[in-house]
Design a protein around this ligand. Structure first.
Ligand SMILES: C[S@@+](CC[C@H](N)C(=O)[O-])C[C@H]1O[C@@H](n2cnc3c(N)ncnc32)[C@H](O)[C@@H]1O
Length: 340
């Protein structure tokens, strides 16, 4: 067999796509894109000074960003192109998550390749191994899923309005940077929230965001372990967003905790990517990334779930489940209600 020119061309385009995202990530992680936009135009040295970065690195980055269409240049002065601006983390619909995901994927692929022989599964700590990626993990998830939550899930899942009417308490287990509770509390002015996460970095970001949004009195964020979490008194709602699959190895214990931490008629709102029953469904472009992510979840000791598995787990502890699908069936929200 020989490699066809079409195969070579296709893979070269893929390779350039990956590198383009890596260059964008370096700019995002060092604040270069936002800084240059604020300055309108700058030499590499001026940009480096303003961003507090090394001039040698910034010069090389500017060349690469110019080569890949993120920067234009005139007489030594660089400017952001529209494409470069689209990766600014603060622009609506930012492309930043693709850049972060690309570098995180490379890291996780290396881990999977390394551990495949021995079967070692080091757990959550692999996510924290790259100091430049960790701070972007929360914002990446927020920018990927915040709009879906606000525009479709919040209006459609009745539990949230019910909790608001009761001036209830919502707990977010595995809250990441707190974006879920921040949006919930902004939309529903009577809800109070408690967020818990295992990574200090996430909790610091969440606390800062809550204070900046004037929600510090209603939202409390703390470092902790879902496995050992107990509520001071029973709460109205417990949310877990992309967190249940992290603790599925002890699902019996986790679901008993959910039931016993909720008031009568209280609800657990579990949001997970929807792992398909049929392998052939993974080929769909919207699901492909899920297949790769499940390999990286394996490194962390996890695997993705089908919504029926979550619904069954609710039934086993006497809770009543309902399954809601979003994003063409790629995202599942499973609500489990305690008997009233
Ligand atoms: C995929 S992230 C989702 C974060 C957030 N819910 C979101 O949607 O952006 C999973 C989160 O669960 C947290 N997590 C996983 N296992 C945990 C545990 N045993 N205790 C506390 N947090 C945990 C991780 O730190 C991580 O922030």
């Amino acid at each position: 067999m020989s490699v066809s020119p079409e195969q070579r061309e296709r893979v070269m385009a893929q390779a350039q796509g990956a590198v383009a995202l890596e260059i964008a990530f370096i700019g995002v992680a060092n604040g270069l894109l936002s800084q240059l936009d604020r300055m309108a135009h700058a030499t590499a040295d001026q940009l480096a000074a303003a961003a507090g970065a090394d001039a040698g690195y910034v010069t090389r980055w500017c060349d690469a960003a110019y080569a890949f269409g993120y920067l234009s240049e005139s007489e030594g002065q660089f400017q952001l192109t529209d494409l470069g601006r689209a990766f600014r983390p603060d622009v609506p619909g930012t492309l930043m998550p693709f850049a972060v995901q690309s570098v995180l994927s490379a890291h996780m692929a290396e881990r999977a390749a390394t551990f495949m022989k021995t079967g070692e599964r080091p757990g959550e700590k692999v996510l924290a191994e790259r100091e430049s990626i960790l701070p972007w993990f929360g914002p990446m998830l927020e920018m990927s899923f915040g709009a879906l939550f606000e525009q479709q899930i919040l209006p459609q899942i009745r539990a949230f309005a019910e909790i608001d009417a009761r001036q209830g308490v919502a707990v977010d287990l595995g809250c990441g940077n707190g974006w879920y509770l921040l949006r919930l509390a902004t939309r529903f002015p009577h809800i109070r929230g408690i967020g818990l996460d295992g990574f200090v970095e996430n909790i610091l970001q969440a606390q800062e965001r809550a204070a900046a949004a004037g929600l510090g009195a209603r939202l409390h964020f703390q470092v902790g372990d879902i496995y050992n979490y107990t509520v001071p008194e029973r709460v109205d709602l417990i949310a877990m967003t992309r967190a249940l699959h992290h603790v599925w190895d002890q699902k019996d214990k986790v679901f008993v905790t959910l039931r016993d931490s909720l008031r009568p008629a209280g609800m657990a709102v579990i949001w997970e990517p929807c792992w398909p029953r049929q392998r052939a469904d993974l080929v769909q472009p919207g699901r492909r990334m899920l297949a790769f992510q499940n390999l990286t979840e394996h490194v962390q000791g996890n695997h993705f779930l089908h919504p029926d598995d979550i619904a069954d787990a609710f039934r086993q502890v006497g809770m009543v489940p309902s399954v809601h699908l979003f994003a063409n069936g790629n995202e599942a929200v499973v609500v489990g209600r305690n008997p009233g």
